[in-house]
Design a protein around this ligand. Structure first.
Ligand code: BGC
Ligand code: NOJ
Length: 815
């Protein structure tokens, strides 16, 4: 069952009913001002940090779901009907409805009793505001008298405090009314230490306003039936304490065929301390007024919208494919890259599943997000790398998370996730392969956010590498610490008290548990580090690194091999995890994916065998589960993984993030059909028809899909903020289509399903545009027989780096 369809030409997903299985959302904003916008106009906005600068309020986990947003009510007194353009919160049946989620914008259109209304929402490229333009058209043959009400509910900035500290909050709310109610300013705490306020304004005179939620709704009533809307007029309330809202009332008289548009702006303003006030207790509105003036007529809004479209057109022009598989093309060209931008911006902070109040930027998450982002805006990737590196400790370990606004490492979680350091190497080498900007390695970056003086970024990488080398366990495998990629495999923490953190409780001595997964990472990213050293002429360092890597490879082939697959880890007692000797959790996906990607066991056949075991034991119709058999009871020595009911999340759920590891691994062994099969099973465009089962957005990857042990097998959860976006893009662009950046330039090495007989890729790389066509006349899965560039036959499949600005044509024949 479908709830909409793709419109590829417009780069949109068109939702055709407001009653989607879950709210299907979009993200507006690219840099500092962000909004989440659902198919019923629900969601919330924040400036840079979803915890510390929350602009509008959102009530998670509520019923009905998703009941706060920027809402527009239309009331027609004559026919006694009230509805919302986006259906929520009144939920009056509409005669027609669509919501189009596009690149950085969403447009809802609906009609009710001959009144057609459009809500266009977007955040302009360079300004801290969300624009909502409402256009109402009278399609009926009668003149119509309508009242329109706008609504946003302000959050008192710190989203945690806002949802917890009511004894204070009900006494601090403050607003100002400007332009006779057209501009409503939210200035809570501005009187003391805040230098910022928000506003909700409209470009037209209003017939009324409210700023107190209590007044607007009336006692014991909600946004689905506010007293002001029922009575047909606002009360002019000025919030003092309580819950500040912004409501405009605009009366409209529309003759048949007549159309009116009204522009609304949700804005955020920061003032310098010495220019906070224009009079005692009156906020300085100059910046707000400048923003309002900038977006006060249709032409200005159209231009800002066009600039946003151009921005995305250029952005997505960096990589695009044309094949005869439309579902592949729309993911590669539009949605996968779009999601990569969103995960880059948000890390794992704010979504409909992440409240934005807990985790900030994850160290490993943000490093991996770069794999899918670095080709889009390399300069922002550069800055991000330097920010992340500054949260590293002197010994190479790292804060596991940091706050986006302050960029300070999060003390509560601290460090000790022993995969983290190696992800930094992975991010930097990905950046270098894309840009060739070796100057980044000379950047001076502090440790521990400045508590320890700066060293070059290269020195940071050196310490990352050494950290793993210096933290080996009894079998010569890397110590796992609090956890590796799998946050829930907590082998050094035996937690018996509810509410304790599975990761950070330190209650057993020694921390001796080891990770075969980190060993695989060490081989993969340690080799990249060795390549980097060699590239920089550091011969000895490179040779030493290669030795350590080779040694680790050997250790994995002995201590890490179980007979038919790679073991996952050794617990604190030295017992294997992910071995046939275990009663549950006999085989795990992570070590198979990472070790094969690292090339371990390719020569002696272990790699083939491991992937065969994955197919036999972990594969399902909806993707590959994380391990089997699922844990059926809580295990002290394993931790959070066994806290989930079987089939969910890390306990044998389909964790989409590491499915592409298997795709990459299969591609490395030349298995194009299988690599594609793994890709297709979790890729949303191929799942559109099963939306009733899958439930999350059919244009976006989710973190997990319930595994075969769960009653709701096939149901996805936690859409948007997942490393799946970056890893699937890495797989599909670099392994399947095979356009792979290296330190020396682009290498072309596709590994395709045999039905893909030809495709064309446009790739902007180091400033030049490569127009690449690949033909595969015999339907092979791998193998390049000829490459020409601008008509010249090349010796091999490494493309010479074209000068900046050049456009070159590359023809590749597979066979
Ligand atoms: C989740 C993990 C997540 C971790 C973050 C766990 O509850 O299952 O997916 O990485 O929390 O702390
Ligand atoms: C989600 C976390 O954000 C990520 O860092 C982790 O690797 C996975 N969960 C697996 O636990």
């Amino acid at each position: 069952m479908q709830f909409g369809y793709f419109n590829d030409a417009e780069r949109e997903y068109v939702i055709t009913t407001p009653e989607t299985p879950l709210p299907w959302i979009n993200y507006l904003g690219n840099r500092e001002f962000f909004s989440l916008f659902s198919n019923t106009a629900g969601g919330y906005s924040f400036y840079r940090d979803a915890k510390l600068r929350r602009i509008t309020r959102y009530r998670y986990n509520n019923e009905p779901t998703d009941n706060n947003g920027r809402y527009f009510y239309i009331k027609d007194g004559e026919i006694n009907a009230t509805w919302n353009i986006g259906w929520q919160p009144v939920r009056t049946q509409l005669d027609s409805y669509t919501c189009r989620h596009g690149m950085g914008y969403s447009i809802i259109e609906s009609e009710k009793d001959g009144i057609f209304a459009r809500q266009e929402a977007f955040v302009p490229i360079d300004d801290p505001c969300e624009i909502n333009r409402i256009t109402i058209t009278n399609h009926s043959s009668m003149p119509r008298t309508l009242k329109m009400f706008s609504l946003v509910e302000f959050c008192l900035w710190n989203a945690v405090d806002d949802a917890a500290n009511f004894q204070r909050n009900f006494s601090i709310g403050e607003v100002e009314i400007g332009d006779e109610g057209s501009a409503l300013y939210h200035k809570t705490e501005y009187r003391e230490r805040r230098d910022h306020y928000a506003f909700w304004s409209t470009n037209c005179p209003v017939n009324g306003f409210d700023t107190s939620r209590d007044a607007f709704c009336g006692p014991y009533r909600g946004f689905d039936n506010p007293a002001a809307v029922e009575q047909g007029h606002c009360f002019g309330s000025v919030a003092s304490g309580g819950a500040p809202v912004g409501v405009h009332q605009i009366d409209l008289l529309l003759s048949p065929g007549e159309s009116r548009s009204v522009i609304f702006l949700l804005g955020y303003v920061e003032n310098h301390r010495n220019e906070k006030w224009e009079a005692p207790n009156v906020i300085n509105k100059a910046r707000a007024k400048a923003l309002m003036a900038k977006y006060s007529d249709d032409k200005q809004v159209d231009e800002a919208f066009a600039a946003l479209s151009d921005y995305w057109k250029t952005m997505l022009g960096h990589f695009s494919v044309l094949s005869d598989d439309r579902k592949l093309d729309r993911m590669v060209n539009i949605w996968n890259q779009y999601q990569c931008m969103i995960t880059f911006n948000m890390s794992r902070s704010a979504s409909y599943f992440e409240s934005g109040t807990g985790r900030g930027m994850g160290f490993r998450d943000s490093c991996q997000d770069l794999f899918g982002f670095v080709h889009l805006i390399p300069s922002r990737a550069r800055t991000r790398i330097l920010d992340i590196a500054a949260t590293q400790f002197e010994d190479g370990s790292a804060y596991h998370q940091y706050q986006p606004m302050t960029k300070q490492g999060n003390l509560e979680v601290g460090s000790g996730f022993n995969d983290d350091p190696l992800w930094l190497i992975a991010a930097v080498t990905a950046y270098l392969r894309e840009t060739n900007d070796f100057s980044i390695l000379e950047e001076q970056v502090p440790f521990d956010n400045g508590k320890v003086p700066s060293q070059s970024l290269m020195e940071h990488l050196r310490r990352s590498f050494r950290y793993t080398k210096d933290h080996m366990g009894p079998q010569g495998l890397p110590l796992i610490g609090r956890a590796d990629w799998n946050d829930c495999l907590n082998l050094n923490c035996f937690s018996e008290q509810p509410g304790e953190s599975f990761q950070t409780v330190e209650n057993i001595k020694g921390g001796r548990a080891e990770s075969v997964f980190i060993a695989g990472m060490f081989v993969k990213y340690g080799s990249e580090y060795a390549d980097l050293c060699a590239h920089m002429g550091l011969k000895q360092e490179s040779a030493e690194a290669r030795n350590s890597v080779a040694k680790m490879s050997r250790t994995v082939l002995s201590a890490g091999w179980d007979g038919e697959w790679f073991i996952r880890a050794y617990d604190a007692n030295g017992e294997p995890v992910g071995s046939k000797t275990c009663d549950e959790g006999q085989i795990f996906i992570e070590s198979q994916g990472m070790c094969v990607m690292a090339g371990i066991g390719v020569e002696n056949g272990y790699a083939e065998r491991a992937l065969k075991s994955v197919k036999e034991r972990l594969d399902t119709e909806y993707g590959i589960v994380l391990h089997q058999p699922a844990y059926t009871s809580y295990r002290l020595n394993l931790g959070e993984i066994s806290s989930y009911p079987p089939g969910y999340k890390e306990n044998a759920g389909i964790f989409c993030h590491n499915n592409p590891w298997i795709s990459c691994a299969e591609a490395m062994l030349g298995h194009g059909n299988r690599a594609f099969e793994v890709y297709r099973k979790i890729t949303p465009s191929y799942l559109e028809e099963s939306s009733a089962i899958h439930r999350t957005e059919p244009y976006i990857y989710s973190q997990t899909i319930a595994g075969k042990d769960a009653p709701n097998f096939g149901e996805a959860k936690n859409s948007w903020l997942t490393g799946t976006a970056a890893w699937t893009f890495l797989f599909v662009s670099q392994y399947l289509l095979g356009i792979r950046p290296t330190l020396d330039g682009l290498v072309i090495e596709p590994c395709v399903p045999s039905h893909l007989h030809e495709f064309a890729v446009t790739r902007v790389y180091r400033g030049a545009t490569y127009l690449i066509t690949v033909t595969n006349p015999n339907g092979v899965e791998r193998g390049v027989t000829a490459v020409t560039m601008d008509g010249e036959v090349l010796d091999g499949n490494l493309l010479p780096v074209a000068p900046e600005g050049a456009v070159v044509t590359v023809a590749v024949t597979m066979g």
